[in-house]
Each structure stands twice: as C-alpha cells, then as structure tokens.
Design a protein around this ligand. Structure first.
Ligand code: 2AL
Length: 246
C-alpha cells in the first residue's frame, strides 16, 4: 500500500519528522511517501495560510494520482483542502484533525485539544462542528508556541504541552488529549506518560485510518458532492488545473 502523506506547509524538516512518525505506525507492507508543496507558507497558523496551502495540497494529490497512491493523509491540523482533495481522487483522503477526533472518540467520552497558537483555536473549533464532534470536545487549548518553534526547542515545547494537557485533564475533565498540530508528531508517548491519559496524534491516527479504509476496499464516494470537479478553463498560474479530472 502506498500512502502519500502531504505536509501542507513548505518546511522540509517538518515533512521528514511527519514521515518518520507515519512510517513508525504503518504496516510492514505500507510505503509512506512524505511530501510538501514547493510553494506556500512555511507554517499554517491562520485562515489565510490555510487557504493558500490548500492549493499546494491539491497539486500534491494530482502528483500522487500520477504515482499511483492508494491513499492520502493531509498532515496539518486545519485539514486544508480536504474536500477539494477528495474531489480529485477515488482513494481515501484523511485529514489529521478529523482522524484525531475520531480516534479520541473511540477511547474517551470527552477530550480536549492542545494546539499551538490561540489564533488557530477558531480553525479547530470550526472543524469540530463541521465533522460533528463538537459535543465530545471539552476545550481547545493553546500553548502559544508558533508551529516552527516546536522543532527548534522540542524539550520546552513538550514541557508546555504536558502542562496544558494536565490542565485539560484536571479543569476540563478531559479523558483524552488530541495534539493540535502536525509538528507535534512523535511527541505523544512522552506526553501520555506524563499526563496519564491517551494522547492522540493525528498523523499516526490518519495513517492507520487510511490503511483500514483501503483494507476494507472503500473508496471516496463519487456520487454527488465529492464527484470530480467539472471540466473548465483555469487562467494564468492555475492553467494546469484546466480540463477537469485530475
Ligand atoms: C498547523 C499544523 O498542523 N501544521 C502547520 O503548519 N500548522 N496547525 C496548527 N494548529 O498549528
């Protein structure tokens, strides 16, 4: 099985860390191809970053189609371009936010999210409502660490996430913690041990959900809302999207 794990931001070191985390949980016969778009924001921390990154995600799905990918992971917690990507392929496309919420719902009655900047809380909250998981989420907390600082001082970042997760456990009565950034991939075991709760990291959850979806023989439905985009002309720097089907 070939899973294309798309880091929607353009920071190659984060793509490598995400690839390592994905490969660590993947089945022995699963090949992880971790990529990021050449063009776009270095990190995704607001709606504008999210909108620009979504184009890069779509381009990476089109490349994946040419390379025969069996499934896709969108490895940013805003799930940028998720439904657009699903229009471009019959393969399953799983965003790390949706994967983490679903996995948390399987192991706890209610969970809290611990994310990077307060600025991104609105994005996580919108996704919780969109996916129908809002009633299960007690709180979306932020540690006020910019995405790229997660890998610059990992020890400090993990310490702050542990502190916030303990507050989620004690003040929110959360039964599980969802880590709210692709840059937190690989942090989950240490945090879980320190906090004493299940900690769900979206990249690993999404890889296992793509594997399960493929193993069940399920494709993204092409009936109705996720059908391929109608063929039309795209102008200028988007001319390569002309002609419809990916
Ligand atoms: C993210 C993420 O997962 N990757 C990125 O660049 N920004 N989202 C977040 N809430 O920090």
């Amino acid at each position: 099985m070939h899973i294309r794990v798309i880091n929607p931001n353009t920071t190659a070191s984060m793509t490598s860390a995400i690839g390592v985390a994905a490969q660590r949980v993947a089945a022995p016969d699963t090949r992880i191809v971790a990529v990021n778009p050449a063009d776009g924001p270095a990190s995704i921390e607001c709606h504008f970053d999210d909108a620009v990154a979504a184009v890069g995600v779509c381009e990476e799905v089109r490349r994946g189609e040419a390379e025969g990918a069996d499934g896709y992971v969108i490895a940013c917690f805003g799930d940028p371009g998720l439904n657009a990507a699903r229009e471009l392929t019959r393969a399953p496309v799983v965003g790390i936010a949706q994967a983490a919420f679903q996995m948390a719902a399987l192991v706890s009655a209610r969970f809290s999210v611990v994310t990077t900047l307060a600025r991104t809380v609105i994005i996580a909250e919108e996704l919780l409502h969109r996916y129908g998981n809002a009633a299960l989420c007690q709180n979306v907390r932020a540690v006020e660490i910019p995405v790229l600082e997660l890998e610059q001082d990992m020890v400090a970042a993990v310490g702050r996430i542990i502190d916030e997760s303990r507050r989620a456990r004690d003040e929110d009565r959360a039964g599980a913690i969802v880590l709210g950034c692709g840059g937190m991939a690989g942090f989950e075991q240490e945090i879980s041990q320190a906090v004493g709760l299940p900690v769900i990291e979206g990249v690993s959850a999404a890889v296992k959900l793509v594997e399960a979806t493929v193993a069940l023989g399920l494709n993204t439905s092409k009936h109705g809302d996720l059908a391929p985009p109608p063929a039309k002309c795209f102008s200028g720097r988007f001319a390569h999207f002309s002609g419809g089907e990916a």
